[in-house]
Write a protein that binds this ligand. Structure first.
Ligand code: GLN
Length: 244
């Protein structure tokens, strides 16, 4: 039986594209292709219908005002909600993570609350200090295996998880959700994942990329040995840098 193509939808680069997180789409597509699985990357923009037949949806980082616009457009479109109802995977970074929650706040002294998409049980409020810098976390994959995740965080919002979300990882170096030692959030279904690190995070952390692909494909993937050896040197450098 042949594996159906993986359709990766990069959502609203014009709004949530300032941190280079669209690189996550290239990593997912390439890691699928290296395994002989066809992959298609679609860039969706406001004003045209968001495809609702995607396998993986990607949201990236952006500025406060753009977050509000992205929520308004996504709610008006409805395609993302239909896709999630059909079992699609949503992988969201920073601003994208924040808008997945029930609400987030924007602005400085005059903080204003905005409604989010409500697909992840989290809320985000401005914190007293912006979290900026390298971040290192420990991720426990649902099968129990553990991996160190590296990335770069840059956010003024502090995120609190509700009972229907579990932390993606535990912070070893850096700030994470709100300083409580947790980083990111995963929905009860496991199919909506939010996280703060940029990098792009899936380029820095191939195991997490493969986890997203495995969720989308509904089956485990065999490891990629040639990519792993190329990645090992970079990983050593990153770990030395963040722990220095
Ligand atoms: N505007 C949001 C914040 O500062 C998200 C920033 C980002 O995406 N890096 O919290």
């Amino acid at each position: 039986m042949t594996t159906p193509p993986v359709k990766i939808v990069v959502v609203y680069q014009s709004l949530l594209g300032i941190y280079g997180d669209q690189g996550n789409s290239r990593v997912l597509a390439q890691r699928a292709r290296w395994r002989g699985i066809e992959a298609e990357v679609v860039f969706a923009e406001p004003g045209t219908p968001l495809p609702d037949d995607g396998s993986v949806y990607l949201l990236g980082g952006g500025e406060d005002a753009a977050q509000t616009t992205a929520v308004r457009e996504l709610k008006a479109d409805g395609g993302l909600f239909r896709a999630l109802d059909s079992g699609a995977v949503l992988f969201a970074v920073c601003a994208g993570y924040q808008i997945c929650g029930h609400s987030f706040t924007i602005g400085g002294a005059e903080e204003e609350e905005r409604a989010g998409l409500g697909v992840l049980d989290v809320t985000t409020r401005r914190g007293p200090v912006r979290a900026v810098g390298e971040i290192l976390t420990r991720w426990s994959k649902p099968d129990g295996s553990q991996y160190l995740l590296t990335g770069f965080e840059n956010h003024g919002g502090y995120t609190t998880l509700g009972p229907d979300a579990t932390p993606l990882a535990r912070v070893e170096v850096g700030f994470g959700n709100n300083g409580d030692g947790t980083e990111g959030a995963v929905s009860a279904s496991g199919r909506v994942i939010g996280t703060y690190p940029h990098g792009p995070v899936l380029a820095r952390n191939p195991e997490l990329a493969d986890h997203v692909l495995e969720l989308a494909l509904g089956r485990p993937l065999e490891p990629l040995s040639r990519a792993a050896s190329a990645h090992a040197g970079l990983r050593t450098e990153r770990l030395a840098f963040v722990r220095r």
